[in-house]
Unconditional design. Structure first.
Length: 380
């Protein structure tokens, strides 16, 4: 019995103690199991870069069927709504300056005549760029709508006027994996990864520090429990709670937000094991270098916020400076976001995403080993 690495009888007693301590408080149960669901719902709606019903001002100098058809194509998409009209370009400038509209469309005279003659018909599109992300999305929508309308309507008009005219390009656009280009489909799986990381860090970063503050850590250390048995007893309940949270918020993302799930649930489960162990190891390491719960809480967020920024959740990693792109390689959230988005949206599995899973496994082993050694030193 004494020669074994772990005494499972003692570990079982430690697990019972941890589960009782973790779940006996009704407020703690709400934080552990209800708060992640609320966070997913709130962030699922809030983290949305789609542009809908963007206020648009129209300055139509042509006043023809063709100009009205162009405006109708823009507004019927649902992305834009006509908030104002004018015949004066200065009114458009004033509306953009005052922030009353996001987009301004100016259609010049002879617009229909140029289309009928087969010439290029110019229009001017102005976008309020003070919010760069929204402006880029709105500009992309408008450019695609106007370009597609020009290809179809302009070619048809020219062909009607000249039977020898033939359109030179037949452009057909399809978006794979996210057919409607909804940002929620892309963002909700990423929110799952951030919530799981937050919960694992919270559960373990405060565990050892709380025992130290209330004076029970010394009692545990003089008990027959070995340090490894103490760590196993501390981490396994956190693993269980993290998986329950992962299951709950995944179910909400599928049933409430209707996010497509095209990949392997088994692969996602295995990759989540590696990811959760990495988060728990990081939280445990934070708890060994902190003397109070306040220090542990601050250290946790000192890691958590940069992890989100560098993961590709908010900003594409390819757009970051080269030095920061190298830093992202030590961010576990980066790899899990690639996995969860690949599994949910593209139906990717082991064959494509195994490098990310192996990196998470290596990270989990490394941080748990480092936390265990650090724990031995701080409790020796």
């Amino acid at each position: 019995m004494n020669g074994r690495l772990l005494n499972w009888s003692r570990v079982r007693q430690m697990l019972q103690k941890e589960f009782r301590q973790m779940l006996r408080d009704p407020r703690a149960r709400r934080v552990l199991f209800i708060a992640p669901i609320l966070q997913l719902v709130v962030f699922g709606y809030a983290v949305n870069t789609d542009v809908r019903n963007a206020a648009t001002m129209i300055v139509d100098h042509d006043q023809t069927y063709e100009s009205r058809a162009l405006v109708s194509a823009l507004t019927s998409s649902g992305y834009f709504r006509v908030a104002d009209r004018s015949q004066q370009p200065r009114d458009l400038v004033s509306a953009l300056d005052a922030g009353r509209v996001l987009v301004g469309l100016e259609i010049p005279e002879h617009f229909a005549r140029d289309l009928a003659a087969g010439r290029e018909a110019d229009v001017q599109l102005l976008v309020d760029g003070s919010s760069a992300n929204t402006a880029n999305v709105a500009l992309g929508y408008a450019t695609q709508i106007i370009g597609q309308w020009g290809l179809t309507h302009g070619a048809a008009t020219a062909a009607f006027a000249n039977s020898d005219a033939r359109p030179g390009v037949d452009l057909r656009v399809r978006a794979w994996y996210n057919e409607n280009l909804e940002s929620r489909v892309y963002n909700v799986p990423a929110v799952i990864g951030t919530i799981v990381l937050l919960m694992t860090l919270l559960l373990t970063s405060l565990a050892v520090v709380r025992e130290r503050e209330i004076g029970t850590l010394e009692q545990l250390m003089v008990s027959p429990l070995r340090p490894l048995e103490l760590i196993v007893g501390k981490t396994l309940p956190s693993v269980f709670v993290a998986f329950v949270d992962l299951t709950l918020i995944t179910a909400v993302s599928l049933l409430w937000f209707h996010i497509p799930f095209r990949g392997s649930a088994v692969f996602l489960f295995v990759a989540s094991v590696f990811y959760i162990l990495t988060g728990i190891g990081l939280g445990l390491f934070i708890s060994t270098v902190s003397n109070t719960q306040q220090e542990a809480f601050m250290a946790m967020f000192f890691f958590f916020l940069p992890a989100i920024m560098l993961s590709g959740f908010m900003f594409p990693i390819a757009n970051m400076p080269a030095a920061l792109q190298y830093v992202t390689y030590i961010d576990p959230l980066r790899y899990f976001l690639e996995i969860v988005r690949g599994v949910f949206l593209r139906g990717a599995g082991w064959r494509i995403l195994y490098p990310q899973a192996l990196v998470l496994a290596a990270m989990g082993i490394l941080v748990i080993t480092a936390a265990t050694r650090r724990f031995h030193k701080t409790t020796a």
